[in-house]
Design a protein around this ligand. Structure first.
Ligand SMILES: *Cc1c(COP(=O)(O)O)cnc(C)c1O
Ligand SMILES: [Zn+2]
Length: 399
């Protein structure tokens, strides 16, 4: 074990050994990995840390991985952070986009999968199983194929067919459940109890991998911290993990400040936003999500507690956007910045635009979480002109 000391429940505080195959606490709370941060600091000083380019495995000392030579990796992460060219002008803010669509399978899930599948191999698993709205499944399918293990993915009825194709394309078995994402989760967790299958998903190891979004942002700003980070929230793992990355960078003395975390959910699925608005300690689960942002349609968010407390601790806020606002933001990202995002990936930018007054004069990073090629387009498409294969037809186009 490099520098991970223990797993600790974020809700009741119960502790577990870092290498136990434990997906959640007995109390159902999410587990956090706690490190020996003095040791992490020493490892950073020993490595050629400052000169290495920002990419996922550069921050290996913050991961619970024993043997780096066994890492299952597609060189995920190292995604670009673009200063907005035009949206910045329309909203009057200093806006950056972290484009996670350029990860190997088209979403930030690859960061978590690299840690999770590396860990599964280290712990001796030869098959894994997960519940997914699509992107996690696609990612886990690819990493499992690379690691040479089998993989079963449970998806809800509404999963876009392109995402199912991507999962199947890397050889995983897809099980479509007549139900929603929360039902898929319940089924896989029951499979874990009944058949001892190795679960992957929004559990402690994945969350550790998702931290590299935060590490890279600070690194790309030459070890400066932005004022706000805006994330779409499904299970809330990304929001929680980015916040943890900043706390850890502070613990090892690489930064002094912390950003404010902003979590955005869809109007058709907002258990974490409700908890924030009504001062609840935990997300308020809903029966069935209705949104085009399929990757964040999580009715009972696994890491909702962690995301909520990240937002509260950081002094940020949580809000919702409508499907129409998401579609408008998706179009704006494409047309104004050349960034093609799936609807869920445009949710943070929809929040940025809708609540722009709250960010006045601040440096803001919007996480564009997934690639536009992930699903069939929604909303009105401009008409495409068809012409005969004839030079004279060109007059119609260049009058
Ligand atoms: C998984 C995912 C999210 C939501 O992340 P959580 O960690 O579940 O909150 C947002 N956007 C995309 C594209 C995703 O794949
Ligand atoms: Zn607990």
């Amino acid at each position: 074990m490099v520098s991970a000391k223990k797993l600790k429940c974020s809700q009741c505080g119960k502790e577990y050994l870092p290498d136990m195959i434990t997906f959640r606490c007995e109390c159902n709370g999410s587990l956090d990995l706690i490190y020996d941060y003095k040791k992490v600091r020493k490892l950073i000083l020993m490595a050629d840390f400052i000169r290495e380019r920002p990419w996922h495995w550069k921050y290996w000392m913050f991961y619970p991985v024993d043997d780096l030579t066994q890492a299952v990796s597609f060189e995920e992460g190292g995604t670009p952070l673009f200063l907005s060219k035009r949206i910045r002008k329309t909203v009057g803010l200093e806006v950056f986009f972290k484009y996670e669509g350029s990860n190997p399978t088209g979403s930030f899930k690859d960061r978590g999968s690299s840690i999770e599948i590396t860990k599964a191999i280290e712990l001796g698993a030869n098959s894994v199983c997960c519940a997914s709205t699509g992107n996690m499944g696609a990612s886990v399918s690819a990493y499992s194929a690379k690691a040479g293990i089998t993989c079963k993915v449970f998806v809800p009825e509404v999963t876009p067919s392109l995402k199912i194709a991507q999962i199947l394309g890397c050889g995983a078995e897809v099980i479509r459940v007549e139900g929603n994402y929360a039902d898929c989760l319940r089924l896989t967790e029951e499979a874990n109890r009944r058949y001892d299958v190795y679960l992957v998903g929004d559990y402690p190891y994945r969350s550790e991998g998702q931290k590299s979004v935060g590490f890279e942002i600070v690194d790309q700003f030459y070890w400066n911290v932005p004022d706000y980070i805006i994330c779409p929230m499904g299970n809330g793992t990304l929001t929680r993990a980015i916040w943890k990355s900043f706390l850890e960078l502070q613990k090892v003395g690489l930064i002094n400040e912390l950003p404010k975390m902003v979590g955005i959910q869809a109007e058709g699925c907002h258990p974490i936003v409700d908890a924030f608005k009504y001062d609840y300690d935990k997300p308020i689960p809903i029966k069935k999500a209705h949104t085009i942002a399929d990757a964040i349609a999580c009715e009972d968010p696994v890491d909702g507690y962690g995301a909520l407390h990240a937002i509260l601790e950081s002094g940020g806020f949580a809000e919702t956007v409508t499907d129409n606002e998401i579609i408008a933001a998706q179009k704006l990202l494409g047309h104004s910045e050349g960034l093609y995002a799936e609807p869920s990936g445009a949710v943070s930018t929809a929040g940025l635009i809708k609540y722009k007054e709250k960010f006045e004069g601040k440096k803001v990073v919007s996480i564009v979480t997934g690639h536009g090629l992930k699903r069939a387009p929604v909303g009105d498409m401009p008409e495409v002109m068809t012409i005969k294969n004839d030079f004279d037809e060109l007059d119609k186009i260049f009058p």
